[in-house]
Design a protein around this ligand. Structure first.
Ligand SMILES: *[C@@H]1O[C@H](CO)[C@@H](O)[C@H](O)[C@H]1NC(C)=O
Ligand SMILES: *[C@@H]1O[C@H](CO)[C@@H](O)[C@H](O)[C@H]1NC(C)=O
Ligand SMILES: *[C@@H]1O[C@H](CO)[C@@H](O)[C@H](O)[C@H]1NC(C)=O
Ligand SMILES: *[C@@H]1O[C@H](CO)[C@@H](O)[C@H](O)[C@H]1NC(C)=O
Ligand SMILES: *[C@@H]1O[C@H](CO)[C@@H](O)[C@H](O)[C@H]1NC(C)=O
Ligand SMILES: *[C@@H]1O[C@H](CO)[C@@H](O)[C@H](O)[C@H]1NC(C)=O
Ligand SMILES: *[C@@H]1O[C@H](CO)[C@@H](O)[C@H](O)[C@H]1NC(C)=O
Length: 626
């Protein structure tokens, strides 16, 4: 009996442990520039050191605002490290995430330099910092809801020439897969960037964690707003302690406290109007939160209002009590609007004799996630970066083609609409002081049309793999230190229109496949090399042989000599064989029967040998044992 009870108890326990493990959302918080893990007050939140995710320089931080996490260090990215720098964070399980990045100010520079830069996540441009960000409580961070599908995340900072990007912290927190879903545009291919999150009425600006919210909702920052009016108090704050039902529900898990305070309009100004300046020509997802907490309303029908967003009637006859089922029940309405101008206006317009109420507002920018560059070409460029010895100022971090506003220096891209990914179609690294060599991996850039490496100090051979980039139209390797001969394979480049190999150390015959075709199809320049020959305009390949040519002829002669010797030997051997065969044939016939007997004898001998072997093994047995 007791045993059975124990067993049941253990099973229950196991079930609850495993379900807890399943529900536990992934969370990673980085304190940028920190050399050890940090715990922040008052919630004892763990912030990890950021070793090994990126380059940049660690420094002491000045916190730009009261709401930033109390961290002492930051990481900044000077221009010399290239225009884009990324945190590449692995082991982030597939899922839906809230990602938040707090910015910082280096050292004591609060009033001196406020860097302005762009932020991208997984190649999608998210946000451009606006001047004055360090004075505004909700502008000191960027936040977005993102689907991660590849067990990793890349967060990049792009310099725009206004100071060095400086990052205080990065938070990656898993949220419900369906969090903030809306119809019909919503999909894994969209990113929601938080534009504004307001908690209306009495109180203070707070994070979910301060509200005691469920961690599955993320750790949202709710900026407190006491009134929508600027010049006069057009509305009044209300708050209650009464419990609110249906607040902390999936998928969004809003903190209950959010619904315990609200703004209510006044008789003199019955409309509630909220106005926000936004970036034009974008789509915005708007989430409005209500709970009937004003004791002047006790039943359905007593407070009815319309919701008008930028002149469009979006929700008609909203009755909170009716829609949510009761007073002190949470109600969330969401809609998506396209804003063409710079102003987003939300008006709550009550029916005659009523007043309007609102508890909270969330506004997100709806961003389509960017396509990426095919990984084969990304890794080819990374190999090239090393082989050519690209200076650090190039950066070449993150994705080469996206965000489209910030492609890698010298890289031209094209979107393949049918595969939905970017490919590299041009590489222009002319005049960059490159001192390395051109690796075979260049041929993995299968879509390359233009390759211009002119005026560098690139040495070594021209890789013959270049001949497999059939889309190549322009190949300019002029004014370098390329040596050896021109690979035959370049003749396969049927689209080639321009070939500049002048001013290098090339030698040997210009392959007929290259020279012949180029004569009438394309423009070319082979002059000023160490000894190219064989096409009009260059010396003939006869008397003045280059090193390569001499070796070629030497090899040819040796080969002919060897061939002669081999042939004579073969002839002699064959002759010998014929003679011997004639002798044997003369003697063979009388012995035919005897040969049959002989072969049976061999078989018997084999049999005996097998038996002998077995017995030997048996004899060996005891010896092994003793
Ligand atoms: C950062 O501040 C600490 C003391 O808080 C100091 O010891 C350290 O030298 C500072 N580092 C830099 C780079 O200024
Ligand atoms: C947002 O609104 C749409 C339609 O208006 C609704 O289907 C959806 O359930 C809402 N999303 C959430 C998370 O409540
Ligand atoms: C906004 O949404 C509309 C309709 O869903 C879409 O056609 C348009 O491309 C979107 N605009 C932007 C800037 O994403
Ligand atoms: C996913 O990550 C792996 C390794 O980090 C990489 O090889 C692959 O190309 C990535 N896939 C995509 C679609 O980004
Ligand atoms: C685009 O991608 C498709 C599918 O991967 C491929 O078949 C096609 O050749 C590509 N087109 C170009 C122009 O590269
Ligand atoms: C390659 O770049 C150089 C600049 O260094 C330019 O003069 C040249 O015209 C380019 N080559 C081609 C084929 O466009
Ligand atoms: C070919 O290259 C040489 C030197 O490398 C240069 O002087 C000449 O102008 C070039 N010819 C053409 C037609 O570009």
């Amino acid at each position: 009996m007791l045993l059975r009870f124990l067993k049941l108890w253990m099973m229950l326990c196991f079930a609850c442990v495993s379900s807890a493990a399943r529900l536990d959302p992934f969370a990673l918080r980085l304190s940028c520039g920190a050399r050890q893990n940090v715990h922040s007050k008052p919630t004892n939140t763990l912030w990890r050191e950021d070793f090994g995710y990126t380059g940049g320089i660690a420094a002491n931080a000045t916190l730009p605002s009261l709401i930033t996490p109390p961290l002492n260090t930051l990481r900044y990215f000077p221009w010399s490290e290239g225009p884009q720098n990324c945190y590449n964070i692995n082991k982030v399980p597939k899922g839906h995430y809230s990602i938040r990045i707090f910015f910082g100010l280096v050292g004591q520079s609060k009033d001196i330099s406020e860097p302005l830069f762009d932020i991208s996540i997984e190649g999608t441009q998210l946000y451009s910092l606006k001047p004055g960000w360090n004075y505004q409580i909700d502008q000191v961070f960027a936040e977005a809801l993102v689907f991660l599908t590849n067990d990793s995340v890349s967060i990049c900072f792009h310099s725009t020439g206004h100071g060095d990007p400086a990052i205080l912290s990065i938070e990656i927190q898993q949220i419900d897969d369906k969090a903030y879903y809306f119809d019909p545009q919503w999909s894994q291919g969209i990113i929601l960037r938080t534009v504004k999150r307001l908690s209306c009425g009495f109180g203070q600006s707070k994070f979910d964690v301060d509200y005691g919210g469920d961690s599955r909702g993320g750790d949202r920052f709710w900026q407190h707003i006491k009134s929508f009016g600027e010049e006069y108090e057009s509305d009044q704050p209300r708050s209650v302690e009464t419990r609110i039902k249906h607040a902390s529900h999936p998928p969004n898990f809003y903190p209950e406290t959010l619904y315990q305070s609200a703004l209510v309009s006044t008789d003199s100004q019955p409309d509630l109007t909220y106005t926000l300046e936004v970036d034009p020509n974008r789509n915005y997802s708007i989430w409005l939160h209500f709970a009937e907490i004003d004791n002047s309303v006790t039943a359905a029908g007593q407070r009815v209002f319309n919701i008008i967003i930028n002149d469009d009637l979006v929700f008609k006859d909203v009755d909170i009590v009716e829609l949510s089922g009761d007073i002190y029940n949470a109600l969330v309405l969401n809609t998506t609007v396209t804003v063409n101008g710079r102003i987003l206006t939300i008006i709550l317009k009550p029916k005659e004799g009523n007043l309007a109420i609102i508890n909270a507002i969330e506004i997100f920018e709806v961003i389509m996630a960017e396509s990426k560059t095919i990984s084969e070409e990304v890794s080819a460029l990374q190999t090239l970066k090393k082989a050519l010895g690209l200076p650090p100022r190039f950066g070449w971090n993150g994705d080469p083609c996206v965000p489209q506003q910030h492609p890698w220096i010298g890289v031209d891209c094209q979107l393949n609409k049918s595969s939905g990914s970017w490919v590299i179609d041009g590489l222009g690294l002319h005049n960059q002081g490159l001192k390395g060599f051109l690796p075979d991996d260049i041929s993995r850039l299968l879509n390359l049309q233009i390759l211009n490496l002119s005026r560098n100090n690139i040495h070594g051979a021209i890789p013959s793999s270049l001949g497999t980039i059939t889309s190549l139209q322009v190949l300019d390797l002029s004014y370098n230190l390329f040596s050896g001969s021109i690979p035959e394979s370049l003749g396969q480049l049927t689209s080639l229109q321009r070939l500049n190999l002048n001013s290098n150390l090339l030698s040997g015959r210009v392959p007929a496949t290259v020279g012949g075709r180029l004569l009438y199809r394309a423009s070319f320049n082979f002059t000023d090399n160490a000894g190219l020959c064989g096409i009009p305009g260059l010396p003939t390949c006869g008397p003045h042989l280059s090193g390569g040519g001499k070796v070629g002829i030497g090899l040819g002669a040796s080969f002919t000599f060897l061939l002669l010797i081999t042939c004579s030997f073969c002839w002699w051997k064959r002759r010998q064989n014929i003679l011997r065969a004639q002798q044997i044939a003369a003697r063979a016939a009388p012995y035919a029967k005897a040969r049959t007997h002989f072969s049976r004898d061999i078989q018997m001998t084999r049999h005996h040998n097998n038996y002998g072997k077995t017995s030997t093994a048996a004899e060996n047995g005891p010896i092994l044992l003793s």
